[in-house]
Design a protein around this ligand. Structure first.
Ligand code: UD1
Ligand code: MG
Length: 480
């Protein structure tokens, strides 16, 4: 943004109660596509590089302030104790603000607003040399919104709220988006003159328009080319609508950038996720948080990845992964549960019904079936037999296990940590390993098998098993 269009301040109105959400969470802290509603608004605002950001908070103040500290630490919060209307909220924010410059005012519950639309609005305001510029939209169903009353030459005369509008005014389809750019000096002169003689008994920020007109100032309405952007969230139906619209925006952009999606309507990707070209995403997949997907990786169907890194050419099939790093050409799934700090190095594989946390699987190593792997370091070229359990917990503390390179663990091995298995070592199937296995050794940790001959005939006489054993004996096979 060039200097001419630099804003002195952005005021975000976010003190409303959000009653219709019926929630213990403040409305602006509800999330879509991995960011809160307020977080989306602030992401767009940050791109404008304003000198100052003020957020008017009220309902759920502590939670909103705590959230702001992480998403917009430099924002100043202004506390509105009682809901006195958008005009009252603006008065509080303007109280100790400079007397000249340009200010943008918008609400904290319009997550789809883009920074480019805001930039265009500010540019139109500066070019017009007007006292205020209002972003408007034409909606087929304008119910609930303030209506735009224009003069014959197209200037904005006033905004009338839905509840205060006459029958004729209610027919107007051009509505107020609640996004405004003001000349600060002129706004400061008018903001104190608001009165609450309206259906809600509140001070309406929208009434400033008429006050400015009475001063002989011009106000410019600018129609948004994309009316979807101004949609606000007041209840959970609108929350879901906005989430679906944002999902489509995100998916469309990713597909244009070279990502293949088999079914974009069931693919939910957070605004914070990054995906390289030629990745292939199957239906029912949700990618969230700081997840990044490398070139040509294949994800899904039905996979959830939260804060994961998946490298080039890797695949994650029907799995749930959080905080995991999947190396180049590594394979995950189907039906794998990767938890925090699971690291799969290049070409490794973690397969069906395996749960893993805080463990590294070395290059080309495999944990193909039915295992729990916790606090383990596995070397390269190693195979972990089906059903192997890394018993890392003694009921009080967790302990690590090391498995070397080119190890072969027999099926159903239980490694009781802390323990290590040296390079090239084996374990016998079904061994419980409580002592270190040196390199090249085979660890055998099970009792020797003994067969009690004739047991079935003696203990289960007349059973089908006994009959089978009997006829086997008659055919000459040994039973006793
Ligand atoms: C407002 C506009 C309306 C516009 C609509 C667009 C007014 C009077 N009306 O109506 O013309 O079409 O937005 O969505 O401004 N807030 C506070 N403190 C208050 C009251 C509200 O901070 O005392 C905040 C709310 O948290 C919200 C924003 O201001 O983020 C707008 O308030 P809301 O009650 O949603 O206004 P609308 O009735 O939607
Ligand atoms: Mg609203």
């Amino acid at each position: 943004m060039n200097n001419v269009n630099r804003l002195d301040c952005v005021i975000v109105l976010a003190a409303g109660e959000g009653t219709r959400m019926k929630s213990s969470t403040p409305k602006v802290l509800h999330s879509i596509a991995g960011r809160t509603l307020l977080g989306h608004v602030l992401t767009a605002v940050h791109e404008l590089s304003p000198k100052e950001i003020r957020v008017v908070v009220g309902s759920g103040r502590e939670k909103v302030e705590e959230h702001l500290a992480s998403v917009s630490p430099k924002a100043i919060t202004v506390f509105q104790e009682h809901r006195g209307g958008t005009g009252h909220a603006a008065q509080l924010a303007l109280a100790d603000l400079g007397k000249t410059g340009t200010v943008l005012i918008l609400a904290g519950d319009t997550p789809l607003l883009s920074s480019s639309s805001l930039t265009q609005l500010i540019a139109a305001h500066n070019e017009g040399g007007v006292a205020a510029t209002v972003l408007t939209a034409e909606l087929p169903d304008p119910t609930g919104y303030g209506r735009i009353i224009r003069s014959d030459n197209g200037d904005l005369l006033r905004i009338v709220e839905d509840r205060d509008a006459s029958e004729t005014e209610l027919q107007i389809e051009e509505i107020n988006s609640g996004v405004y750019v003001f000349d600060l000096a002129k706004l400061q002169l008018s903001i104190g003159k608001l009165i609450n003689s309206n259906a809600q008994g509140e001070l309406y920020l929208t009434d400033v328009i008429e006050l400015l007109r009475k001063n002989g100032d011009r106000v410019l309405p600018v129609i948004t080319p994309d009316s979807v952007e101004i949609l606000g969230v007041n209840d959970r139906v609108q929350l879901a609508e906005c989430a679906a619209l944002m999902r489509d925006q995100i998916n469309d952009q990713l597909m244009r950038e070279g990502v293949t999606m088999i079914d974009p309507t069931t693919t939910w990707i957070d605004a914070t996720v990054k995906i390289a070209p030629d990745a292939l995403i199957y239906p029912g997949t949700a990618l969230s948080g700081s997840t990044t997907i490398g070139k040509g990786a294949v994800i899904g169907p039905r996979s959830t990845l939260i804060d994961c890194t998946v490298a080039e050419g890797a695949s994650v099939l029907e799995s749930y992964c959080t905080g995991a790093t999947v190396g180049p050409h590594a394979k995950v799934g189907p039906f794998t549960f990767l938890r925090a700090h699971s690291v799969l190095l290049s070409g490794s594989k973690v397969g069906a019904y395996v749960e893993m946390k805080n463990s590294t699987v070395g290059e080309g190593s495999k944990v193909p079936h039915l295992s729990y792997v916790g606090d383990a370091t596995i070397g390269e070229g190693t195979n972990i037999g089906a059903g192997t359990i890394f018993a890392n917990y003694d009921g009080e503390k967790k302990y690590p296990t090391q498995v070397g390179n080119h190890v072969r663990l027999g099926s159903n091995t239980v490694l009781v940590a802390p323990v290590s298995v040296g390079d090239g070592a084996y374990t016998a199937a079904s061994s419980t390993i409580t002592e270190d296995v040196p390199a090249g050794a085979i660890g055998v940790g099970r009792s020797k098998q003994r067969n009690v001959l004739g047991w079935v005939l003696r203990k289960r006489p007349g059973s089908k098993s006994a009959d089978a054993a009997q006829s086997s004996a008659e055919k000459g096979k040994p039973t006793s």
